[in-house]
Design a protein around this ligand. Sequence first.
Ligand SMILES: [Zn+2]
Length: 280
Amino acid sequence: MKNLLVVGALLLSAAPAVAQKSAQPPKSVRLYVFDCGTIKGLDPAAFHFKKEELAGVDFVVPCYLVAHPKGTLMWDVGVIPDSAFKPDGAPVTERVSTVTKPLLPQLAAVGYTPADITYFALSHYHSDHTANANAFAGSTWLVHQAERDFMFAEKPAGIIQPANYNALKNSKTTILKEDDYDVFGDGTVIIKYTPGHTPGHQVLFLKLAKTGPVLVAGDLYHYPEERNSDKTPTFEFNHDQSLASRAMIEDFLKKSKAQLWIEHDLATFNKLKKAPAFYE
Ligand SMILES: [Zn+2]
């Protein structure tokens, strides 16, 4: 018993040395990009493409954290939940998806736990974006009514994993009614309503002091080759609505001069700084 207490005391005294200090609010907006996995073996026909028409068929799955002087926003949370990892930490593969790093340790490495996350938002409800949603049920969820209604329909259907996001049902929730939602009220972090891929699909516009404007585009596009085409996936919720949202965003990109980051695009992702590095 005494030995156990000594071991316990050692562990406790060792803990502060290894634990990351909680991050202080930054002076200006920061964006962290996390590696939340890959999706391989997709059928290009599901996107109305032939393999040879695409530079690459595989997807990457990023997760994002925005740290603002007045709070934090977590945006998209992966394809396989951290709970699927075994204690050995080996990569986890589920069907076409593979994740090599769980999300929460990546967050902790930059000084954040889910309890530090003020706002939580998903580009949309597809299962490759919602894996760790339950971990953020204590944050304020920013969502459009139509998206939430679909997620909690009596018989939910589609590319969804309700078990991974069900805890959001009881989250403090802000239903977004405007086409543009200014998260922190100063124009630096704006959620833009871009329905079509799903009923309440949304994208994230950031005004970063050094980097300039960036649009984190969710699944408005999956491949760069979809731009300047009228191709949307076979599983699109509303094709015409998607084309209208894309036209609106292309116009916005011209006016704002924002960089477009297609979330699943490997070529975009490979060039990005990954956490613990950040954009500011
Ligand atoms: Zn996706």
